[in-house]
Ligand binder design. Sequence first.
Ligand code: FAD
Length: 388
Amino acid sequence: MNLALPEEYQLLRDSIRRFVDRELIPINAKVEETRTIPVAIIEQMKAMGLFGILTPQEYGGMGLNTVGSCVIQEELSRANLCYPLYLSGNIGIGTLGILHYGNEEQKQKFLPRMASGELMSCFALTEPNAGSDASAIEAKAEKRGNTYVINGMKHFITRGDISDVFTIIAVTDRSNRRKGMSAFIVEKGAPGFSIGKIQDSMGSDICRQCELICENCEVPSENVVGREGQGFEIAMRVLEEGRVSQGARSIGLARRLIELSREHAKIRVQFGQPIAEFQAIQWMLADMATELYAMRTMVYDTAWRLDQGDRNRARAGMVKLFCTEAVGRIADRAVQILGGMGYMREGPVEAIYREVRGMRIYEGTSEVQRLIIARDLLQNGLKAIDCD
Ligand SMILES: Cc1cc2nc3c(=O)[nH]c(=O)nc-3n(C[C@H](O)[C@H](O)[C@H](O)COP(=O)(O)OP(=O)(O)OC[C@H]3O[C@@H](n4cnc5c(N)ncnc54)[C@H](O)[C@@H]3O)c2cc1C
């Protein structure tokens, strides 16, 4: 049994790592200060094909699998979480619905331009009265001839303000609860569709969140993704894959935090010796590295299983739960090791600390992951996750 990356992925990792070290890490302070990714970097990411990591080559993408996507997202996160978040709609939740459930016409129409980065996309499920309980959404879509008319409001939608294509989940049959929800492709400029307020946040504001408003928004019926009534299933599938990506991003962030802590501990002298000589600091570094190793093993095992067709919601939930909580602990220790410089905005750790806090909330909170895992354990025992 060998969990090392196959050679093709090592080459991919090395090329993205070079890009990160040469182009992204040196401009990090400027990106944090201006809260924007320079246009030249976005164009470079387009030229590298990074907007189409998972899109099959026949639709203009790189056609990588989940392991490949995790390798790229891990490396980019090491520079700054804003890069995978900026790509997230096109390589994840905003595209996976069309990729897995879309018909040929929808795929031909949208996927190539999403893969090139010409069209930006996002995914909209959450509403003011429906967060963890996604089945409580109130946005509704009514069929009138060949058109659906959507009314309702979404909020906290990442990159909604810069997207061209929106996958929006709305209720088509209130009596059928989860089986009465459908997924719609809404294009920017659709009649009755508008962007509401931008929602400033603690850390993820380089890729901002916003409200989406549908007021008698008209969508042609050919824009239903999958079947009418399949919206909840589509949302859960998209989120399940997104949770493995969150694990990969946590690894990249953890590596950067550990690198910064290690470097600082070796050069910062107090009481006549580098603080790395103190056992208290060593223990923190040891715990950080141990959690990183566990994260890596979980993420790549789960990604590899997904690529073999072995989908398991509980396992994806465990990856999200463990990795986002572990990177939170690692960020906390990094602040401690850097002392005042870990807390000040002039150092790089403070921004990462705020950034990782959101990861325990979006794409399903830690508590929701525990619910999913416990339900699966009680119903299926340890066998379902190969741990019996
Ligand atoms: C930065 C950011 C980006 C986001 N991007 C998107 C996006 O692109 N698209 C999108 O659709 N949504 C997005 N969201 C929304 C996100 O998925 C929700 O915030 C999340 O699902 C939690 O919902 P809520 O905020 O309404 O919290 P609530 O559901 O109100 O939860 C509040 C608290 O109660 C707990 N809780 C709720 N139910 C239970 C339960 N049954 N048992 C135990 N505890 C429970 C929660 O865990 C949490 O601690 C984003 C959110 C953030 C912060």
